[in-house]
Design a protein around this ligand. Structure first.
Ligand SMILES: C[S@@+](CC[C@H](N)C(=O)[O-])C[C@H]1O[C@@H](n2cnc3c(N)ncnc32)[C@H](O)[C@@H]1O
Length: 441
């Protein structure tokens, strides 16, 4: 048993030494330093995901999170295609399903499967035993039961860095970010999860301030705000350590609810603060605007400036930049197709999700989404079907052509975050008129 004090393992170390090339695999005694050395019994509850079988016993396992796991495995596999090796740290592995999938599907060279609850040990060991523990002289997987901050900090102190770190936490992810960044290789990926829906909804601004450094107010596109809050918090935490992080994709699922973001970390400073600022929403007119730090003094909405300034709410600082990289998502979609994960009976949901996320990446689209119920209530009409309003927005140039003005239609697409909502660059007042015109037709 290793005797390390929590003081020496503090995740709040303020220095970040240069990151060398990957060190040899975990020392052979790593197994012995886990808190529990005996396999415990577990009740048998067999699950299958993408053809792989595993038991979940009494561990925390959500079958509905399989899409989040699919995305993680695809991202890890894509990483391996361009790098010499793939070392994964599954910091909160539950029953070990992701570790198993990283090994079996993403062909990870090494997986460290950690879960703070040592009662999951027997379960994880038996699930992972489907994969030979050794590849030649090298261990392919190891199971430990430390607090996630402790194991990640220990890896960092041993200069044992990882390519891909999965932090699948309960509640907020923010207390694990610093040690995750420390344990990550440069150009490595971290997949973070938060289930902190209350903070995203703006109902606990003091909590969001404490966890993410962002004062969040209620806004109609709260779940997107949740993703932006999570990315913003990571951007700030990374900047403190001299790193910059870029979101490759951001995924919200109402099962939980769960907010997941895949971030790439590199060395760099927070010099470009264009995408780290403030978002305002006017409850009176329904329009939103993004503000940079140097525009802070000018936050106002023309409609409410004189009459009711209380209708304007501002949240931030948050990530105001793109939620996804379209080219990265296209690579993910292509890989999913190559693996036969897309198509009738196997992956319609995954295909739909990835295609929607790619559409959301259109640079013409602003942040946020517009709920059709909100437009209908402002227009005092019944909401038309989503497809009807979307095509009306996209064909908005018809009237302009009559006036011989060249004008493109508005950009519009569905949002993967909310089912009866659209992302569009059309102002709320025009959305209202279009909906009223549709009602009159
Ligand atoms: C959401 S579950 C993980 C589910 C798993 N990743 C999956 O996809 O099925 C969170 C897990 O984190 C573990 N956990 C919670 N807090 C932890 C901590 N501070 N350090 C390590 N593990 C922790 C819990 O025991 C639980 O198994």
């Amino acid at each position: 048993m290793l005797s390390l004090s929590f003081k020496t393992l503090s995740p709040f170390l303020s220095f970040s030494p240069p990151k060398p090339q990957p060190k040899p695999l975990f020392p052979s005694n790593y197994h012995q330093i886990s808190l529990c050395s005996n396999a415990t019994s577990h009740s048998s509850t067999l699950q299958t995901e993408r053809g792989l079988q595993f038991e979940v016993g009494n561990s925390f396992f959500r079958p509905e999170s399989f899409t989040g796991r699919d995305l993680a495995v695809l991202a890890a596999a894509l990483y391996k295609r361009s790098k010499p090796e793939l070392r994964v740290l599954d910091a909160m592995c539950g029953c070990g399903v992701r570790s198993l999938r990283y090994l079996a599907e993403a062909d990870a060279d090494f997986v460290l499967a950690n879960d703070g609850n040592d009662e999951n040990r027997g379960l994880i060991l038996s699930n992972l035993s489907q994969i030979p523990r050794f590849s030649g002289d090298n261990k392919r997987w190891v199971v430990t039961h430390f607090d996630a901050n402790r194991i990640m900090t220990e890896c960092y102190l041993q200069r044992d860095f990882f390519d891909f770190i999965d932090v699948d936490s309960f509640g907020s992810d923010s207390s694990f970010l610093r040690s995750a960044f420390n344990a990550l290789k440069l150009d490595g990926l971290v997949y973070v999860t938060s289930t902190d829906g209350y903070s995203a909804g703006g109902h606990r601004p003091h909590n969001s301030l404490a966890s993410y450094g962002a004062y969040v107010r209620p806004m109609p596109y709260a779940n997107e705000i949740g993703l932006r809050m999570l990315i913003g918090g990571a951007v700030r935490e990374a900047a403190v350590m001299g790193y910059c992080v870029t979101p490759l994709f951001s995924y919200y699922s109402y099962h939980g609810p769960v907010f997941r973001v895949l971030l790439r970390m590199d060395r760099g400073k927070l010099t470009d603060i264009r995408h780290y600022g403030f978002i305002s929403y006017c409850h009176k007119c329904g329009n939103s605007l993004a503000y940079s730090w140097d525009e802070l003094g000018n936050i106002s909405c023309p409609c409410s400036e004189a009459k009711s300034p209380r209708s304007l709410v501002v949240s931030g600082p948050l990530w105001t930049g793109p939620l996804h990289q379209a080219s990265y998502l296209t690579d993910i979609l292509n890989l999913a197709e190559e693996w036969g994960w897309i198509g009738e009976g196997v992956g319609l949901d995954l295909e739909k999700l990835l295609k929607q996320m790619i559409e959301e990446s259109n640079p013409d689209l602003p942040f946020g989404y517009t709920k059709l119920d909100e437009v209908a209530s402002r227009a005092k009409v019944n909401s038309p079907p989503l497809r009807t309003i979307m095509s009306a927005l996209q064909k908005r140039d018809r009237k302009a052509m009559v006036l011989e003005i060249f004008m493109e239609g508005y950009a519009a697409c569905r949002s993967h975050i909310a089912c009866n909502a659209i992302k569009t660059n059309c102002p709320m007042t025009t959305c209202i008129s279009i909906m009223q015109e549709l009602q009159d037709q």
